[in-house]
Design a protein around this ligand. Structure first.
Ligand SMILES: Nc1ncnc2c1ncn2[C@@H]1O[C@H](COP(=O)(O)OP(=O)(O)OP(=O)(O)O)[C@@H](O)[C@H]1O
Ligand SMILES: [Mg+2]
Length: 333
């Protein structure tokens, strides 16, 4: 349904170029829930926004194409960037969407704005649709005339989801939709995404830094590190049999249903500067399993639905065992 091929996005400033997304390829099938997970600053938002064409002007598309139902909606070479196409079929819930509701307008007015201006609805039809949408996301329709400050965080997130669904998209991209919420409300919102996926046959891309969110709801997951997708595959296999040491580290760093460890292990250090990223493997400086070869770009390991970019995939079983020990992740010399 959606296919991204070799996409690179660079932020170009006067004195720097930050390579925020490097050579990313991925596919999203109909009815699929894909998680994009990774630490802060690894390019998740830039990637999500590039699908919608809503990155700031300083973000240049250095390479790649994006296809929606086999139609090219973005092409770095041919300068195609078909925004009209995208807004109708792909909806975006930006990071902190719930805080970007306009405080001085009632929710109903903000709904009307989307439905009337972008969707061509009459005012009456827009109000009917708004009631239907509130019903869909589990808020009483009498609350439509309220102002944003009258809602809790979880309800505001539901409103943001209702707005995204207004024009009946095929794909919803949600950037950190549960990050600012407590765990109980997180679960309710994730359950809502799941319910909507089934009810509306939606495809969803869910961006998060939290592996537990991915484990709870996603079918497929792409792990991003320093602008690259370092590992991708089915959620079960990624969580239980990761090939990339970064994925192993992430799995250790979050409470996880499958893990037998009763401790959480942080990955020491921080992601590299994307203005001058390291050559070869971008994770090598923090990787406990680094070898000399890692100074060169690793080959892409592909096995059925699995992909990983690492030189050491053939040692996977051994490294996975090692990765479960606390001392493995102690600070590198
Ligand atoms: N407007 C911008 N100009 C220059 N660099 C930017 C800009 N926006 C983001 N970046 C850089 O691009 C990289 C990726 O940022 P991005 O916001 O996509 O990360 P993220 O994974 O969404 O992080 P977070 O989890 O904190 O939301 C970062 O290194 C960031 O500093
Ligand atoms: Mg982000």
């Amino acid at each position: 349904m959606l296919e991204i091929k070799n996409l690179s996005i660079h932020y170009v400033g006067k004195e720097f170029v930050a390579k925020a997304v490097e050579n990313v390829s991925l596919k999203l099938n109909q009815g699929e829930l894909l998680g994009i997970v990774g630490e802060s600053g690894c390019g998740k938002t830039t990637l999500a926004r590039s699908i919608m064409g809503v990155n700031p002007d300083s973000a240049k598309i250095a390479s790649g194409q994006i296809y929606f139902n086999n139609n090219k909606i973005l092409d770095a070479d041919k300068k195609i960037n078909d925004l009209d196409f995208k807004w109708k079929d792909i909806a975006f819930i930006p990071q902190s969407a719930m805080n970007s509701l306009d405080p001085v307008y009632r929710i109903i007015d903000q709904m009307r704005e989307i439905l009337v201006i972008r969707g061509g609805y009459t005012k009456n039809k827009a109000d009917e649709r708004s009631e239907e949408l509130f019903n869909l996301v589990g808020i009483d329709k009498n609350r439509l005339r309220d102002f944003p400050h009258q809602f809790s965080g979880g309800m505001k997130q539901r409103v943001a989801i209702a707005m995204a669904l207004a024009l009946d998209p095929k794909i919803v991209i949600a950037d950190e939709p549960v990050t600012a919420l407590d765990v109980i409300v997180q679960r309710q919102i994730l359950d809502l995404f799941n319910e909507l996926k089934h009810k509306l046959n939606l495809s969803i891309i869910l961006v998060t830094h939290d592996v537990s969110v991915v484990a709870y709801i996603c079918q497929k997951v792409a792990v991003m590190y320093a602008g690259e997708i370092v590992e991708m595959g089915g959620v079960e296999s990624i969580l239980q049999e990761p090939y990339h040491p970064y994925t192993m580290g992430l799995n250790n760093a979050f409470p996880d249903l499958h893990s037998t460890n009763d401790f959480l292990v942080p990955i020491n250090g921080s992601p590299p500067n994307l203005i001058n990223p390291p050559t070869g493997c971008r994770f090598k400086a923090r990787c406990p399993f680094e070898i000399n070869k890692c100074n060169d770009k690793p080959d892409r390991y592909i096995n059925r639905d699995r992909e990983a970019i690492c030189w050491r995939t053939s040692d996977q079983k051994k490294l996975l065992e090692e990765s479960k020990k606390l001392e493995t992740w102690e600070i590198k010399e």
